[in-house]
Write a protein that binds this ligand. Structure first.
Ligand code: ADP
Ligand code: MG
Length: 319
């Protein structure tokens, strides 16, 4: 999904078979990949997202390490079908262990011309077919599907102006279907339901001292649920932070009944030079400078929003 968004896509379609273990396919309408780049696409450290050394300081895209496709090609059957604007046909290539591979034994590994629309389709089949212990570690396809839906849902909320669909192979009904024009609140309504979407406050704050901007939507004091739903994006990447989660829960404790928790979608943009995304191989944990100050500023802002609504609660109107 991150690669598709980096490629300027406005539509992402995700197709899943057996919780993604049999098939996980993402089709986008982005810029596509040039045919000349296909032979090296799945080699390690192949990225189009760093042009020069200095770019390392100001990374604006999701990727830049060139490891995702390379890794996948080692543990699954990977097929890439792609068409750029300037190409008169699409090209399809299969990969194994970082290299182009024939579709069937005896065929050449070269990319083959096929019919197709502009954009890229990444097809991952038989995940961990060659690592049985890892494969066995997946207990249930439906658990895995739920994790996929959870992650697609998060990006669908965050990637405003992008259409998302996600469904199981062979089923006509979609689990997620969001149009590109849907507002953030519409997106939250579709994925997390009306009870959340009807009680949202928008917030937005920034502080140059700490080099950050924060914005998002959070439920007001009328809403509470047993467990916090926390969507956190730092520089447009979905990440985890138990420090931020705890601070937000603490902020809400003053407004919600005991054991009540909020829904919060927070998009933090931090000056890239202050962020280290390389603490964890999956990049799900992020370190940044002045973490305490930033967390405090964001929580104080949310607290003031909640307090403002709380005093005027009886007069609240729907907009
Ligand atoms: P990274 O995102 O870190 O560059 P990846 O392994 O995820 O590394 O992708 C390698 C390269 O393949 C990208 O830099 C990009 O040039 C190309 N690529 C991957 N997915 C897409 C896509 N959906 N559309 C266009 N280009 C893509
Ligand atoms: Mg990537």
């Amino acid at each position: 999904m991150e690669n598709a968004v980096d490629a300027g896509s406005t539509s992402l379609e995700i197709l899943v078979k057996e919780g993604g273990l049999k098939l996980l396919q993402i089709t986008d309408n982005g810029c596509g990949i040039a045919k000349e780049d296909l032979p090296i696409l799945c080699e390690r450290f192949t990225t189009s997202k760093l042009q020069k050394f200095e770019d390392l300081g100001t990374i604006a895209t999701y990727g830049f390490r060139g490891e995702a496709l390379a890794s996948i090609s080692h543990i699954a059957h990977l097929t890439v079908t792609t068409k750029t604007k300037d190409s008169n046909c699409a090209w399809r290539a299969h990969y194994e262990s970082g290299k182009l591979a024939p579709a069937k034994p005896g065929q050449t590994p070269d990319p083959k011309p096929v019919a197709g629309r502009q954009g890229t389709q990444i097809t991952v089949e038989d995940l961990f077919y060659n690592v049985p212990t890892r494969r066995r570690a997946f207990r249930s396809a439906s658990d895995e599907y739920n994790k996929i839906i959870d992650m697609v849902g998060r990006y669908a909320v965050h990637c405003n102006h992008v259409a998302f669909s996600c469904k199981k192979h062979g089923e006509s009904s979609t689990s997620i279907a969001i149009q590109s024009i849907a507002s953030v609140v519409d997106r939250i309504r579709h994925i997390y339901g009306g009870s959340v979407a009807n009680e949202l406050l928008e917030f937005s704050t920034a502080d140059d001292r700490w080099g950050f901007k924060a914005q998002g939507w959070a439920t007001n004091a009328n809403y509470n649920i047993k467990k916090t739903t926390f969507l956190l994006f730092i520089n447009h990447r979905c990440v985890e932070s138990s420090n931020i989660r705890k601070a937000i829960e603490h902020t809400y404790a003053a407004f919600l009944p005991k054991n009540g928790h909020p829904f919060v979608y927070l998009s933090l943009e931090i000056d890239p030079q202050r962020v280290d995304v390389n603490v964890h191989p999956t990049k799900r944990e992020v370190n940044f400078l002045n973490e305490d100050e930033i967390i405090q500023a964001v929580c104080e802002h949310i607290r003031s929003k909640l307090a403002a609504v709380d005093t005027s609660r009886t007069f609240m109107t729907q907009t």
